[in-house]
Design a protein around this ligand. Sequence first.
Ligand SMILES: [Zn+2]
Length: 65
Amino acid sequence: MSPPGEVKCLYCGGDVPAESADCPHCGAPSHFQQQGENPRRRRRFIIYVILVSLFCLAMIVYLPR
Ligand SMILES: [Zn+2]
């Protein structure tokens, strides 16, 4: 069992940190295939949606009626 926050590399079987872009042992980006979606990308998407919502709110407040 690997500790939480680490995944097994599909190619060399070594432990890969979840925040690492690719395997430190063989250099393969294998843990993305095991983990599925990249959580960082989802967080960035949520921030983008919040920014767009704030922009829309600002437009509603500042638009002349
Ligand atoms: Zn590897």
